[in-house]
Design a protein. Structure first.
Ligand code: ZN
Length: 340
């Protein structure tokens, strides 16, 4: 079935050029709809641009990034700090060990004491988008947002060509860009990244919930549907299943070249994406990452955790990493693991 769709593409392209609606029988509910294709619900850092794709290592993971104006962009709107990447796996000491690669590094760059510092560029239009998004986070999560007064790690809300953010606290000033088309909902999505969330459709278990229809994906943007699993990493999610209502879920038409859905449910149907606020699953996930009192997370002896891309065992209030010679002690410093 996918194959036949693929063969029809040249016809669809011609129809699209002639501005006629797509008349294929079974496509009535997915007709070419410019609003859906240039979907404001799908955040992108550099709309209408495609940069060269390269593979880099970041936090122990090998990921495809698009190089755009000196930035590395992952999955559309996620900025990867260039100076924290490497071309080879060697710079992270635990990368070479097979076991070290079994993680998503989802707990990376947590904001200490549940407190996110921020500043807003004076020139940013419609600042209410930022204030409303922050109010939404404070009303629904354990996070606090405080205007920066000299703190070195902070989010800087500024304008840009699209909507974009880094994932987690990366150290120093980190931009969230909000072009004029970015809504308050998009701002909530970008803050979601900045506090540590990745995209819902990149969950390691996503193939149990969705199909990615690569035959509909615009050439050069396939890497946006990368999952941790494609790089050989296990998942480590804070919620138990894929949440179609998550504000971190991309739309069924993301990066479509032909108005056909790129993401469908397993039964082939599309789903409604929302950018009005955090879903209950988002809130559960964030509050699990940032437990109530804002203190350091409590680690239970005898349990495994995945932190900064490495799966480690907590024992005697210390950290241990499994090697072929047995458990070796390790220590986390500045988001990187070192042998002790
Ligand atoms: Zn995003």
């Amino acid at each position: 079935m996918r194959k036949s769709k693929f063969l029809l593409l040249p016809v669809l392209a011609i129809l699209a050029c002639s501005k006629d609606p797509i008349l294929e029988d079974d496509k009535s509910e997915t007709q070419l709809n410019p609003e859906e294709i240039n979907d404001q619900l799908t955040e992108v850092a550099y709309p209408n641009q495609i940069g060269p794709v390269l593979e880099v290592y970041y936090g122990g993971q090998r990921i495809p990034v698009e190089s755009q104006e000196g930035n590395y962009v992952y999955q559309g709107d996620i900025l990867i700090p260039v100076n924290q990447t490497s071309k080879s796996a060697q710079s992270l000491i635990l990368d070479s060990d097979e076991a070290a690669q079994k993680s998503t590094g989802r707990i990376r760059g947590m904001w200490p004491k549940n407190t996110v510092y921020y500043a807003i560029d004076n020139n940013l239009q419609d600042k209410y988008r930022v204030y409303d998004a922050i109010d939404h986070f404070e009303a629904n999560t354990t996070l606090k947002f405080v205007q920066r007064s000299g703190e070195s790690n902070y989010i800087y809300f500024t304008s840009g060509s699209g909507c974009s953010s880094y994932v987690g606290m990366i150290g120093g000033r980190q931009n969230i860009t909000l072009a004029s088309a970015c809504t308050t909902g998009n701002a909530i999505h970008e803050i979601g990244h900045a506090v540590g969330l990745w995209h819902e459709q990149s969950r390691v278990d996503r193939n149990s919930y969705i199909d990615v229809n690569f035959e509909n994906v615009r050439s050069g943007t396939e890497h946006n549907f990368h999952t941790y699993e494609t790089s050989g990493f296990d998942g480590d999610e804070f919620t138990s299943s894929l949440d179609f209502g998550s504000i971190m879920m991309y739309s069924p038409y993301s990066f479509s070249k032909n108005g056909e859905p790129t993401i469908t449910k397993l039964d082939g149907s599309t789903y409604k994406v929302q950018r009005s606020g955090l879903s209950s699953g988002d809130i559960r996930g964030i509050n699990a990452m940032y437990p109530g009192d804002g203190g350091e997370p409590t680690y239970v002896n005898g349990k495994y955790y995945t932190i900064s891309g490495v799966t480690v065992l907590r024992a005697n209030d210390l950290w241990y990493f499994w090697t072929k010679y047995g458990f070796k002690r390790v220590e986390l410093r500045n988001n990187r693991w070192y042998w002790v």
